[in-house]
Design a protein around this ligand. Sequence first.
Ligand SMILES: *[C@@H]1O[C@H](CO)[C@@H](O)[C@H](O)[C@H]1NC(C)=O
Ligand SMILES: *[C@@H]1O[C@H](CO)[C@@H](O)[C@H](O)[C@H]1NC(C)=O
Ligand SMILES: *[C@@H]1O[C@H](CO)[C@@H](O)[C@H](O)[C@H]1NC(C)=O
Ligand SMILES: *[C@@H]1O[C@H](CO)[C@@H](O)[C@H](O)[C@H]1NC(C)=O
Ligand SMILES: *[C@@H]1O[C@H](CO)[C@@H](O)[C@H](O)[C@H]1NC(C)=O
Ligand SMILES: *[C@@H]1O[C@H](CO)[C@@H](O)[C@H](O)[C@H]1NC(C)=O
Ligand SMILES: *[C@@H]1O[C@H](CO)[C@@H](O)[C@H](O)[C@H]1NC(C)=O
Length: 421
Amino acid sequence: MKLLRGKLPLPIIITTTCALFFIAVLYAGRLSFLSSSSIFKFKTCPRKHNKPKSNERKVEDVLVNASWNDDRFDFDPEECNLANGKWVFNHSIRPLYSDTSCPYIDRQYSCVKNGREDSDYLHWEWQPEDCTFPQFNPELALKKLQGKRLLFVGDSLQRNQWESFVCLVQSIIPEKEKSMKRGRIHSVFKAKEYNATIEFYWAPFLVESNTDIRIIGDPKKRIIKVDEITERAKNWTGVDILVFNTYVWWMSGLRVNALWGSFANGEQGYEELDTPVAYKLGLRTWANWVDSTINPNKTRVFFTTMSPAHTKSADWGNKDGVKCFNETMPVKKKNHWGSGSNKGMMSVLAKVVKKMKVPVTVINITQISEYRIDGHSSVYTETGGKMLTQEERANPLNADCIHWCLPGVPDTWNQIFLAML
Ligand SMILES: *[C@@H]1O[C@H](CO)[C@@H](O)[C@H](O)[C@H]1NC(C)=O
Ligand SMILES: *[C@@H]1O[C@H](CO)[C@@H](O)[C@H](O)[C@H]1NC(C)=O
Ligand SMILES: *[C@@H]1O[C@H](CO)[C@@H](O)[C@H](O)[C@H]1NC(C)=O
Ligand SMILES: *[C@@H]1O[C@H](CO)[C@@H](O)[C@H](O)[C@H]1NC(C)=O
Ligand SMILES: *[C@@H]1O[C@H](CO)[C@@H](O)[C@H](O)[C@H]1NC(C)=O
Ligand SMILES: *[C@@H]1O[C@H](CO)[C@@H](O)[C@H](O)[C@H]1NC(C)=O
Ligand SMILES: *[C@@H]1O[C@H](CO)[C@@H](O)[C@H](O)[C@H]1NC(C)=O
């Protein structure tokens, strides 16, 4: 090599060396070079030369581009299965907000304020295997919402997602250009200079029930009116982008009390139904309302799939654990799926959506969230408006393994949502 160096042009030497390295890698059986991480291996190639020259850089860039292009296509929701991927730890990732910089986060999700000290859970990035995944860009989000109303409708996990969305965009809006009005049922965040609103409407079953407004603690006394939606849904019209969810409230037992039609004896006319059956009736009521009311040329409709609860640590092989208490790392096992996400309920949703006239875009968060046992509010939460005391926090049974810390996992849900918007 030393002899040739004087005669041959440098680019040829580099190309040859790289090619040899390439072959060496191949024959060493490291076929994993096709994976995206290969770019880091190739980067070492030009370093083999003693004196880096400016044109070496070009070779490196070409290789970087080539390997990315071979590997992953640009994000396209029709073609890329986002659920197929992995969480990658990267300490230099910084969330776009914190629970002190964003004033709109419920105490229930303000984990750092509530005393959470470990911070690794803030530095994981979802990487789909088959495509690139654009970062959440607040400017782009607000541009897409210019002159529009975005309304999230659903339960407290939907509120988790709504607050995440507001926090992701609010930091680039000057103080006097934004406002928040919170109500028990309906809350509205306004971005004045964009003439945009980002709203939340509380409807835990989507359809009506006797436990929406005054929550009934005993699930046996809850009655879901599986065919009633029209009255409340009047407040969901005239919106440009609708995002729905409903799941966790149905999961209080194997059966739920459902009421439909009108009975002379009023609420006493309810019947116990298997949960998936009642869920199907409720979702069909919702679907009929969408199909008969929404003009798909004016309004886009999304549905966020179930957010997994992590209340059985045996699901991820932690036999001595209690719920998600003290978990600080995501589950590594590919396709991990625990008992907190019911596949039967998922297929009910898939079937209902498939039959609808109005296209509904599914924001499928279930698989990616299944891995994140470390992301829940856990004991860094509140009860009755007060954060848990030191002693209460020491008791794993107090852990909330349903809701998520903000910043945190719902930011990735919104990254998916924005990419599909
Ligand atoms: C990749 O290709 C683009 C043009 O297609 C170029 O602008 C860029 O510098 C190349 N290198 C890298 C590392 O992206
Ligand atoms: C980690 O994140 C930073 C900031 O987003 C990015 O520049 C860097 O490329 C990432 N590193 C890896 C190994 O992905
Ligand atoms: C603001 O947006 C609403 C729809 O949300 C629209 O009706 C109204 O005309 C817009 N106003 C301006 C000044 O653009
Ligand atoms: C829903 O809309 C009705 C009018 O259709 C209004 O009276 C009511 O206050 C609205 N409810 C909420 C929570 O916004
Ligand atoms: C939506 O737009 C298409 C094409 O412009 C039109 O054919 C269709 O009738 C519209 N649908 C409704 C419900 O307005
Ligand atoms: C939970 O984690 C804390 C801090 O890492 C540790 O002090 C405590 O012993 C752990 N508790 C249990 C029950 O594992
Ligand atoms: C969501 O993704 C999972 C796989 O991760 C799939 O089994 C399920 O059918 C999807 N749900 C819907 C409603 O498309």
